[in-house]
Structure formats: C-alpha cells, structure tokens
Design a protein around this ligand. Structure first.
Ligand code: NAD
Length: 261
C-alpha cells in the first residue's frame, strides 16, 4: 500500500526537500518540518503545485515538546503512514569544525536527540492504532549515513551520531516488525546538497539529490530495512570494517577531514 500521509523533518532543503517533491501528488498529505520558514514555504508551494496537501511547520528537532505537538497534530489531521527522520547536520553545515565541545554536542543534539524527538512520538501514535490482520500499522525511516558504518576521524561527532541512529533503527526494525511497524535505515554516500557543498575535498560518486530521493522512495516502498547507496561506496565502507583495524586506521588517517577548520 502506498503511503498517503507522510511527515518529513529537514524538508526545507537537500534530501528532505527532494523527498517531499518526490512524494508530492494528488491524494497525498505531506507534513513538512524545517527551521527556515522562507525555504520551507517554497518547498510547500512546490508540493502543492504537484497536487499534494502540504503543510509546513517551523520546528526545531531538538525541541522535544514542540516536536511531539507537531507530530500529534499531523497524525490527528491525517494518520501518519510514513515518518522520515531526515534532519541532520555536520560540522560543515554549522561551519564550526568537529573539535569544539559545543559543536560536538550540537551535532549529537540535532542528529541523535532530533531523531529520538521525531521517532518516539511517531511510534506512540502508530503503535496506538488498531491493526488490521496482515497490514502494516506504519513505517519509520531514519536517514543515517555510510559515515555511520565506521568511526571517521575526519568527522568524529558526525559519524558517531550516525552510528547511533543506524544501530537504534536496526534494532527497532527487528523489535517492531511483529507489531506491524516497518523501520528502515537509510545510509547515503555523498549527495549533492547544501551539506556537502561545504566540503572542499573531491567526493567520489556524488549523487544528484533527486536520484537519491528516488532511491530512498523505492527502498521504502519495498520496506527494506537498510537502504544504502551508491553500491560501490557501500561495499567500500563495509570493507573498511572487515580489514584489520591497523590497516583501516592507516587508510582513514590519510583521508581528508570533513571541514576545513
Ligand atoms: P541539508 O543541510 O540540505 O539538509 C538538512 C536539513 O535539516 C535542512 O532542511 C535543515 O534545515 C534541517 N535541520 C538542521 N538542523 C535542524 C534542526 N535543529 N531542526 C530542524 N531541522 C534542522 O543536508 P542533507 O544532505 O539534505 O541532509 C539530510 C540528511 O541526510 C542528514 O541527516 C544528513 O546527515 C544525511 N546525509 C547526507 C549526506 C550527503 O552527502 N548530503 C550523506 C549521508 C547522509
């Protein structure tokens, strides 16, 4: 069954905005969250032109109470079939570099607490619903990263936060399947978005954002528990984990850092 009511965080740019456009169409209700009202309203307008009932909400994912209010309101308006916890930052986005304590805590607050603040209230609503025999109650997608497969010295806080998202999502997928809740973890490689535009190094296999959104949508339709792309980068990241630790450490020590600072 196709989702008809979808909530997306971080929908005002990049992957979130592309996903919103990818899902927009007649009969679809899109609840779109972001912080930048102007950019968010542009995405909302675009989705409406494509035929969707799109509703924007300026909300910070680190604000647990505001997130719970938004998700409850959205679910009351149109019961959520799919919730995509997409909002995230790297130290390039914040422009601060990975070393300062404030920057490290900020990355964890947005990427980890932000995902918890999205998924926990959504699960409350979805699990509270009656279940038709053989049907899914709802679906959760967590946008992690291939950088979450291994601690990356170029972006320690970012890769650690993405590893936490990934591990939590994988565990929930198994735990909640018997209750009729599907959970997918998305592991993108490099995608051309404002987040990566701050990177000064060459990004192999950089995907256009629309291609990434289509790939995520296809994986979610199949209820894949892991949606990882591009395949060669996924295999490379996997290979790093099976190499002896001293070899992977040696290789990673020579990889470029995520930001200039
Ligand atoms: P982006 O910077 O274009 O989008 C991030 C979105 O999150 C923006 O809409 C931003 O406003 C929102 N956001 C940030 N902090 C927020 C907060 N406190 N409250 C609410 N919204 C907030 O970057 P993107 O590449 O589209 O990133 C989307 C997700 O994809 C992130 O979780 C990122 O880690 C992940 N990802 C991106 C890449 C890539 O190469 N671009 C690779 C792997 C994973």
């Amino acid at each position: 069954m196709q989702p008809r009511s979808i909530l997306i965080t971080g929908a005002s740019s990049g992957i979130g905005a592309a996903l919103a456009a990818c899902y927009a169409g007649p009969g679809m209700t899109l609840h779109l969250g972001g912080r930048d009202r102007r950019r968010l309203s542009q995405v909302v307008d675009r989705c409406r032109l494509l035929g969707a009932a799109a509703i924007g909400r300026a909300v910070d994912v680190t604000d647990a109470a505001a997130m719970a209010r938004w998700i409850n309101d959205a679910d009351a308006r149109a019961p959520l079939d799919l919730v995509i916890a997409n909002a995230g930052i790297s130290t390039v986005t914040t422009g601060t570099g990975d070393d300062g304590p404030a920057a490290v805590r900020h990355v964890f607050a947005v990427n980890v607490d932000g995902v918890l603040n999205t998924v926990l209230p959504a699960l409350d609503r979805i699990r509270g619903r009656a279940r038709r025999p053989g049907a899914w109650r709802g679906q959760i997608a967590i946008v992690s990263s291939l950088a979450g497969l291994r601690g990356m010295p170029g972006a320690p806080a970012y890769s650690a936060s993405k590893a936490a998202e990934k591990a939590w999502g994988e565990a929930l997928a198994v735990r909640l399947a018997p209750e009729g809740v599907a959970v997918s973890v998305v592991l993108p490689g490099f995608v051309d978005t404002p987040m990566t535009r701050g990177n000064y190094f060459r990004m192999p296999m950089l995907w256009p954002v629309d291609k990434a959104a289509r790939m995520i949508r296809r994986g979610l339709r199949r209820r894949k528990r892991r949606i990882a792309f591009p395949l060669p980068m996924y295999l490379g990241a996997w290979f790093l984990n099976v190499l002896p630790r001293f070899v992977s450490d040696w290789l990673l020590a020579r990889a470029p850092a995520k930001s200039k600072s």
